[in-house]
Write a protein that binds this ligand. Structure first.
Ligand SMILES: [Zn+2]
Length: 203
């Protein structure tokens, strides 16, 4: 069992249940590396069931049995774009409330294990369960500080979600060898073009 959407891009996976949030964002299509996984109800259903099982495995819970409706698929796409919008804000600016108009409607339950450790149990069925799980994981990640390390790749043609493990939180690309190199090449071409335009020989 794997985080199927994220692993297509070879992006570093977020810890514990936060990887569910990352996997939702990474269901998007990227021309070079992967197709849209939420294209229609059957494909979205496959992703949802797999992601919910993986989440249950990571969190030590029982996997829910989920069946997505057409309306549920629309909600799923809305949720993905809301979360991607949150991640598109640079991590050091997220506390400033740039996206203060988002609305979250999700129910969750607090549960305690025999040792008294309290956890959050997602509630609801199908797409509602996913929304509950995703917002619960975002809440936990914001409390523990891992949220600031979940970012979108800076390459415009990619925008995949990756977990930044660099020491000073300076990671910008989901993969420095692919997206980082594309960016370096583009920057170097642009520098050469500028040099040609400003040199007398280039006029
Ligand atoms: Zn990338």
């Amino acid at each position: 069992m794997s985080w199927a959407a994220t692993e297509r891009f070879g992006a570093r996976t977020a810890p514990a249940g936060l990887a569910l949030v990352q996997d939702l964002v990474n269901t998007h299509a990227v021309e070079r590396d992967g197709e849209e996984l939420l294209l229609d109800r059957p494909s979205a259903q496959r992703w949802l069931q797999n992601a919910a099982r993986r989440w249950a495995e990571v969190r030590g819970r029982t996997a829910p049995d989920l069946a997505l409706s057409e309306a549920g698929l629309r909600d799923l796409l809305d949720l993905r774009s809301t979360v991607a919008g949150l991640l598109a804000v640079p991590a050091d600016q997220r506390a400033e409330g740039a996206l203060a108009d988002i609305q979250v409607h999700a129910r969750a339950k607090l549960v305690a294990d025999p040792q008294g450790r309290v956890g959050i149990e997602p509630e609801g069925t199908d797409g509602d369960w996913l929304a509950s799980a995703v917002w619960s994981e975002i809440l936990l990640a914001q409390l523990t500080g891992t949220w600031a390390r979940l970012k979108l790749c800076r390459e415009p043609g990619c925008r995949s979600a990756f977990y930044d493990t660099s020491r000073n939180h300076s990671g910008q690309w989901h993969d420095v060898h692919s997206c980082g190199n594309i960016n370096n090449l583009r920057a170097s071409r642009s520098r050469k073009k500028d040099a040609l335009q400003t040199s007398p020989g280039g006029l």
